[in-house]
Design a binder for this molecule. Structure first.
Ligand code: 13P
Length: 275
């Protein structure tokens, strides 16, 4: 897999549609300046708050540069299209507003909304039925030795429970993000450190092994498995050069204009090394 995913999870930022468009402008400027199409992160997926999806989709579709490079997704979804669910957003609504991807099972949804494995499982099924591509999050709560039995048990349990009863065909796109909860910047007052590349590679290998056993080796070899947790402009190059992570899921740094610029500037420099 040569082309990588750069996924921006804006969480509950920014506070207005105008600011969301300013962030989009930063991305547009960066991708218009790309000297050649060799950026290792060729797929840029933006997951804004769903309030801005429709507007952002209109702007992206009206702009050739943006439309070619950016795809939109949502940060959550309910698991029915028609039901009395106050505040719920259905898969159909997301699709009609322009989302192609949906993030499911983020640890913050579990922390603040008490999402259970059953709910995550229902959401994944609903996304697949409605042709939304799921990006599902798994990750351990506390920093431990990644070779320890406890870490493996924790990740396998999440995968077993969240993907219970789910069938995938060889052509289906399905993305897993390995996101250790302890590495998320908000758990560290915005000053988090990503997990070491060695440990990330081990964990991604472990997840791919699980996918091969649960689905097939063919599906496992093609499934994008990303890393998330304190990815910034300062360390993005590590992931651009990793042959194991198929991309990154960036939170905080993708919501700050300067940090976002830095991410693309660093990638531009990486490109030179790649030529
Ligand atoms: P940070 O990049 O802020 O650590 O957030 C990671 C994350 O939660 C992305 O989903």
């Amino acid at each position: 897999m040569t082309k990588k995913y750069l996924v921006f999870n804006w969480k509950m930022s920014p506070s207005s549609a105008e600011e969301a468009l300013e962030l989009l402008e930063v991305i547009k400027e960066a991708i218009s300046q790309e000297a050649r199409p060799s950026n290792p992160f060729s797929k840029i997926i933006v997951l804004p708050p769903c309030l801005y999806l429709y507007l952002m989709n209109q702007i992206i579709n009206a702009d050739k540069v943006l439309a070619k490079k950016i795809t939109l997704g949502a940060q959550d979804v309910f698991w029915h299209n028609r039901w009395a669910v106050t505040g719920g957003i259905s898969p159909k609504m997301l699709k009609n507003a322009g989302a192609r991807y949906v993030l499911i099972g983020h640890s913050e949804r579990q922390q603040y909304f008490k999402e259970t494995a059953y709910m995550i499982n229902q959401k994944i099924k609903a996304a697949l039925v409605n042709n939304l591509i799921p990006i599902i999050c798994v990750g351990e709560k506390e920093k431990r030795d990644v070779d320890s039995f406890l870490v493996k048990k924790c990740i396998f349990e999440q995968l077993n429970n969240n993907l219970a009863g789910i069938k995938l065909n060889a052509g289906d796109t399905f993305i897993i993000a390995y996101e250790p909860i302890w590495a998320i910047s908000s758990h560290n007052q915005g000053q988090g450190q990503p997990e070491s590349l060695d440990d990330i590679n081990k964990m991604i290998g472990l997840i791919r092994f699980w996918v091969a056993r649960r689905f097939s080796e063919n599906i496992a070899s093609k499934m994008p498995i990303l890393y998330g947790g304190s990815v910034t402009g300062a360390n993005i190059n590590l992931f651009a050069q990793s042959s194991v992570a198929d991309g990154v899921l960036v939170g905080r740094a993708s919501t700050k204009k300067q940090e976002l610029k830095k991410i693309f500037q660093k990638l531009k420099r990486t490109n030179k090394k790649f030529t």
